[in-house]
Write a protein that binds this ligand. Structure first.
Ligand SMILES: Cc1cn([C@H]2C[C@H](O)[C@@H](COP(=O)(O)OP(=O)(O)O[C@H]3O[C@H](C)C(=O)[C@H](O)[C@H]3O)O2)c(=O)[nH]c1=O
Length: 195
């Protein structure tokens, strides 16, 4: 039996992985990341940084974010506590799913992880209070390359599982630009281990 369930989403480059949990009378154990088991699913990616975010309230929405080249970031996202609706948006010029989004519910109880490659915007909203998210990135934080798109952009049309008036946003995310007129720096044929 494999220690990792791998399921492509409706955008094949965005992959859901579920590491096996070994349960016993004490609880459970799981290898939440291993280059040995994940490399087949994610390619030869080298993660450089671990991030963790705590959101006190249900409906906290972070995104849509990405870093422009030369510092793009692929992300491997999982939930330590609570649950989120995790979203990736295809920004790769030439992709048949350009401008399309995919969302997956990630929970601490289920241990699901979402891989978001280079060329995608990423965002999530929390589905319960006191939710903690941990994620690996394959590029360092580069504020000069930080970029974003409006979480509620009508052209992208993400079906968030919360009412717009209930979304809790940073000041930055309240002012992210619209997708209309966006000029993507990414291309589907960019050679990258993560896209
Ligand atoms: C992302 C990041 C942020 N910071 C500092 C910068 C700010 O002073 C503070 C909060 O940053 P921000 O408001 O951008 O955090 P989030 O809104 O959670 O943004 C993240 O959430 C969405 C879902 C993402 O996919 C990105 O990883 C990231 O943009 O942490 C750092 O020092 N290092 C980092 O790697």
């Amino acid at each position: 039996m494999s220690n990792l369930i791998v399921r492509p989403t409706r955008i094949p480059a965005v992959v859901l992985v579920i590491p096996r949990r070994f349960g016993d009378e004490r609880g459970w154990f799981s290898e939440t990341y291993s280059t040995r088991t994940f490399s087949d699913a994610l390619g030869g990616i080298t993660f450089m940084q671990d991030n963790q975010a705590f959101s006190a309230q249900k409906g906290t929405l972070r995104g849509l974010h990405f870093q422009r080249p030369p510092e793009p970031q692929a992300k491997l996202v999982r939930v330590l506590r609570g649950s989120i609706f995790d979203v990736a948006v295809d920004l790769r010029l030439g992709s048949p799913t350009y401008g399309h989004w995919v969302g997956e519910t990630l929970t601490a109880n289920g241990g699901e992880q979402l891989f978001v490659p280079h060329g995608f915007a990423h965002g999530y909203c929390t589905l319960e209070p006191n939710t903690e998210v941990a994620y690996k990135v394959d590029g360092f934080y580069a504020p000069a390359c930080d970029a974003g798109l409006a979480w509620d952009d009508p052209t992208i049309g993400i079906s968030w599982p919360i009412a717009a008036e209930d979304a809790i946003l940073s000041d930055k995310d309240k002012k992210q630009p619209a997708f209309a007129g966006f000029i993507s720096p990414f291309h589907v044929h960019q050679t990258s281990a993560a896209a």
